[in-house]
Every structure is written in C-alpha cells, then in structure tokens.
Design a protein around this ligand. Sequence first.
Ligand SMILES: C[S@@+](CC[C@H](N)C(=O)[O-])C[C@H]1O[C@@H](n2cnc3c(N)ncnc32)[C@H](O)[C@@H]1O
Length: 247
Amino acid sequence: MKKIEKKFNEVWKEIAYKCSKQYKLVLGNNARFVAETIYKEFKNKQFFTYAECGVFTGTTFFPIYHLCKTLFQNFRLYALDSFSGFPKDITLNPNDEFENFEIMYENGSISEDHLIRARERCGKIPNKEHLQVDYFKDYAEEFYKRCEGKKEIQIVKTSFSDLDKNLETGSYNFDLVFLDCDLYLSYTECLDFFKDKTKLFVFDEYYSLKYPGPRLACNNFVEKYPEWVFFNKIEYSQYFERWGITK
Ligand SMILES: C[S@@+](CC[C@H](N)C(=O)[O-])C[C@H]1O[C@@H](n2cnc3c(N)ncnc32)[C@H](O)[C@@H]1O
C-alpha cells in the first residue's frame, strides 16, 4: 500500500503542474471536488475503481488519473462516452428545457439566486445550442491520444442507454462514479445502471446554471431509492454548489 503523507492541497498543486505541462489543462473546481472526495474517502485503499460518465476531452478525467497514480498502487479508470456528442434520441426531453428552472423555483427546489443566475446564463446561449446533438464534437481523437500508454484506463464508447451491452462489469464495483453528462436522460440512465454497482456518485450538474434536467433526475432517483443521501460542498468565494449522493 502507498503511504501518502502529503496534504490534499500539496498533492493537487503537483497534479495541476503536471496537467498544465502535459495537456495544457487548467484544473477546474469540479475536478477538485471529485479529487477531494477520492482523497478523503479512499486514499488508503489498495485498489481503486472509478467511472466517469461523459469525459469529453478529459479536463476532469486526466487530473483524476494523475491523482490515482499518486495515491494508489492499483487502480482502474473507466472513460464512458459516446465520443460523438449527445446521442440523437436523448436531446429532446422536456425536462432539459429552461422552464424547469422556473418550475423548480416555484416548488421550492432551487433558490431565487439560482434561478436568476440560470436565467442570466441561459440568456447568453444562442439557439439553445447547449441542447443540440453537435454541442460536443471532434474530441475523440484528442481524448484517445491523451490515454496512450496509460494501461489503467479503459475507454468505453457507448451511449448510456447501451451501458448494459457495452460495459462488462461482472461482479465489479465502482468506488466512485462521476456523472458529467448534462441531460436528464443521460443522468437517469447512468443512475439506473450504476445504482447497484457503487455506493457513491458525484454530480457535475446538480447545481447547474445551464442544465435543469440532472437535478430533476437526481431528485427523482433519491425519492425512489431513499437509502441514497445527498452531500454537498458550498464554495463561497465565487458562489457554487458541488453535490453527490451516497448510501
Ligand atoms: C460536459 S461533457 C463532459 C466534460 C468532462 N467530464 C470534463 O470534465 O471535461 C459531456 C459529455 O457527455 C457525453 N454524453 C452526454 N450524454 C451522453 C449519453 N447519453 N451517452 C453517451 N455520452 C453522452 C457528451 O458526448 C460529452 O462528451
């Protein structure tokens, strides 16, 4: 077992330096939240497993890879994505429309400040382009190249509706599953698929200013499976909320 003496901030600083040099990546607070959760919950584990649903070019995935290199003797990371943007059949779900922020405010599920910020953010996006099939495009090559020589990574090219066909898990359990896939159906499909294969989800979009669907999907899920409990971290310097669920 690796013995980690360093504090999280020190480890994260070294990873930020590596990622800036190797991939020209600037680390975001979303990656930091995933990393802090891994560090806090699992840093003394022998073998760690992680799945990220929606990797795009790897702004979160590669910092997590380097964190795992530092913390664990053995680990396995699964990169799950269509590698061609949102699948066609999932982008027209009414739960992803802006109006859901208004409805969630009216029923007390989000704050007035959240609604105002979402209104401002969505108002700047032309033609609802963040809901279009081609919002994420031409990233597969870059992601695959960044994975070269990293034997602990398994790339799974799949629509999340086909996870049961394309992700061979056997008796595998995932220590942490990170959902960063923006849309209501993508979240619902991943939650359903992984619910008996993990005890810990971290969400990128539970507090989103662009996508209301993930919050609805997570709330529906927890209502249906009350053994799952929310946890969060509030960032005050530039207000933001990070969320996950555990059981
Ligand atoms: C916000 S990006 C991921 C960002 C990435 N985690 C990061 O930190 O840079 C969302 C990704 O999820 C993928 N995605 C969303 N819904 C999907 C689905 N139903 N099936 C497969 N991929 C999906 C998109 O293609 C896109 O690459």
